[in-house]
Design a binder for this molecule. Structure first.
Ligand SMILES: [Zn+2]
Length: 191
């Protein structure tokens, strides 16, 4: 055990199965604790992302969502439960994440991710997860990630199909706009 680890005794027990993994170990766990991820959306994609990142020990998680919990969300948006119907999603997310891992610093943003606030919110995060449910937000996430040179983890679901990718144009890869240059006409494709 390294003398200058940033992990306390509770964390060493909590992450024992990570720390015992060859080539992950203490160093990997320490790096997770020093890392930060911003989830845009606390819905069907943002919920499992944020919950697993919290459980795994990512030190700082940001969550952006302006919505309230609806009964129709709960079947897939695991951050929220039946008692949370009508609450702000960021509030029920706070409770869930804190219960999973109180060591995580959770920073919540209860406004829409917009051209006005997006750079300010996203600055300083290591990774952005695009868990948005509409095309304007999706293009905005792409553009902000590109401007700030932050990898953009993209996921989308429609019925029985899913897509996932990582865009890192600052590492010479394509971005979301390279794949889909033009947003679909409003109403042409379901959100
Ligand atoms: Zn591009």
């Amino acid at each position: 055990m390294s003398e200058q680890t940033n992990l306390n005794d509770e964390e060493l027990r909590r992450y024992a199965r990570h720390i015992s993994l060859p080539s992950f170990g203490m160093e990997g766990q320490e790096r997770l604790k020093e890392s930060s991820v911003l989830c845009i959306g606390a819905g069907g994609l943002g919920s499992p992302s944020a919950m697993y990142l919290a459980a795994a020990g990512v030190g700082r998680i940001g969550l952006v969502d302006m919505d309230e919990v609806d009964a129709s969300n709960i079947q897939r948006q695991l951050l929220h439960g039946t008692d949370d119907i009508g609450r702000k999603k960021i509030e029920s997310a706070k409770d869930t994440i804190h219960n999973i891992n109180p060591n995580v610093q959770l920073d919540v943003y209860g406004d829409a991710f917009s051209p006005d606030n997006s750079i300010t919110i996203a600055q300083g995060y290591d990774i952005i997860i695009d868990g948005t449910d509409n095309f304007p937000a999706r293009y905005l996430v792409n553009d902000v990630a590109k401007i700030l040179r932050i990898p953009n983890v993209y996921g989308s679901v429609f019925r029985f199909e899913g897509q996932v990718s990582v865009f890192a144009p600052h590492l010479d890869g394509p971005c979301y706009r390279c794949l889909f240059p033009d947003p679909p006409a409003p109403g042409a494709v379901p959100d």
